[in-house]
Design a protein. Structure first.
Length: 343
């Protein structure tokens, strides 16, 4: 009998591997854009010119580095709010002025009362199901008399979301309203410990159990040393940690529309930088919401007053924003939300 055990186990293992491989292949093959033309049409409304307008505004000296709770950041939040209002992108009923106020008592002692900005486009078929696209709008303020403008961190992500929102709104006005609702979430106090996203996940504008995914954008306007000479890349972090399907979706979006190098270096479980837990997607992941963190990597100006608008690569910022848009389009319009399963 002992002689038969090993072949039998090998046979069982082989069958199991085959079933797993077939399941992976079936999932990959199920992901397709039935209509590419509208995606390309609205993806191309995300322009370097418009990104530059927003980024130059958000990262300007007049906002004094956008420290959470300070006047400069409050004024940036008002700029964002007015932008959504001008596009007729609605505020949620729970926060009718677009502001989700975070009391001073909730924040670290050095910060005053601050706010997240929340806007959304209601879905046509599954309005109760929500995709959240997020970026933090705060930065470090003035340190030792020097303004930290945070052009890449994170005026780049903030500007990208604003352009992505405009593209979805144009699509909705032209008969391509997303099937699921999309929330555009600008978060505060990320630089002080992810407080804005923590507050939102504890007090969501829409139930987290109905939140199908979070696409988080933090620093996407520069090129790091690892990719000098190859700017056509983006780091993906967390995309396969909760939903293999969500990872396959972003890969398909890239394959069909943007053709960037998708770099998973910092997605490794043993990544010493711990980027997975260092931006706002993490608080969604802790609530079992599938996430993707879009990131360009650190550079020599990270958290320094030299992170300024003249160093932004607007061409690659545009392409990365377009990848996020294409990924969001699929998630918002597919028959089913991404399955919470890791294959």
């Amino acid at each position: 009998m002992k002689i038969l055990v090993v072949p039998l186990l090998l046979l069982v293992g082989t069958c199991s591997n085959q079933r797993h491989s077939e399941k992976v292949d079936d999932l990959k093959n199920s992901i397709s854009y039935s209509e590419k033309a509208p995606v390309e049409t609205y993806l191309n409304t995300i322009t370097t010119e418009d990104l530059k307008i927003h980024l130059n505004e958000i990262a300007s000296d007049k906002y004094a580095g956008r420290r959470a709770g300070a006047d400069g950041h409050n004024e940036v939040c008002d700029y964002i709010r007015k932008y959504y209002d001008s596009l007729q992108i609605k505020a949620p009923k729970t926060y009718p002025d677009y502001f989700q106020t975070i009391p001073e008592s909730y924040l670290p002692e050095e910060l005053r009362t601050s706010q997240n900005v929340v806007a959304y486009i209601e879905g046509s078929e599954f309005p109760e199901e929500v995709l959240v696209i997020s970026a933090h709008s705060d930065h470090m303020g003035v340190i030792d008399g020097k303004i930290h403008n945070g052009a890449d961190d994170n005026a780049s992500g903030t500007s990208a979301i604003m352009e992505i929102a405009q593209a979805f709104q144009l699509a909705a006005e032209n008969g391509h309203r997303p099937r699921r609702s999309i929330v555009f979430l600008h978060l505060t106090a990320e630089e002080y410990g992810l407080y804005g996203s923590l507050f939102y996940t504890e007090n969501p504008a829409f139930p987290l159990e109905n939140t199908v995914a979070n696409l988080n954008t933090d620093m996407i306007g520069r090129v790091d040393k690892r990719h000098v000479g190859n700017e056509e890349y983006i780091y993906l972090i967390g995309s396969d940690r909760i939903s293999t399907e969500l990872d396959f979706i972003v890969r398909k979006a890239n394959e069909e529309f943007t053709h960037l190098e998708l770099d998973y270096k910092y997605n490794a479980l043993n990544d010493s930088n711990r980027y997975y837990s260092r931006s706002d997607h993490y608080n969604f992941a802790l609530k079992n919401v599938p996430v993707i963190f879009f990131f360009n990597g650190e550079h020599e100006d990270y958290h320094k007053p030299t992170d300024t608008v003249d160093k932004i690569n607007y061409k690659i910022l545009q392409k990365r924003a377009q990848l996020i848009f294409a990924t969001a389009w699929y998630v918002a319009n597919s028959d089913n939300p991404p399955v919470k399963e890791v294959l």
